[in-house]
Design a protein around this ligand. Sequence first.
Ligand SMILES: [Zn+2]
Length: 146
Amino acid sequence: MSQCVDPIVGKILAGWRYDISGLAPEMRGDYEDHFRSCERCRTRQRLHRTIDISLIILASLSAGAFLLAFGMIRHFGPRHALWLELAALAGFALSALIWLAVAVATPAPTAMVDAAKIGARHVHDRLPAEIRDRLPEELRLKITGS
Ligand SMILES: [Zn+2]
């Protein structure tokens, strides 16, 4: 793997898990420059955001699975149903907690909003001009940023 072009900046970024989304725009410039010029930190940043988003998706799936289990126990009503229901609810609560912790502690939500924006822009650019013109001005502003 290639070396960091500026180990001091690289170390600071590593301490932030390569997340500069919380920084004020005027402070962000130097770090953005570093990401542009440093292959290693850019790769790390992408890796960390991938981990964050995977965690969110996993926690969502797990919460969904526990809810489904709860629903099935209610539906079929096996013996010891109460304990199984409690276990399913506890599992759901735990998944929700993990989901919340990831959402609060990592920039995953911002990363997902960014991804959604890029997707929306992509769709917007492919729309026929007459439909595009009918979009409300403020919506278009939000999607394209210009
Ligand atoms: Zn670097």
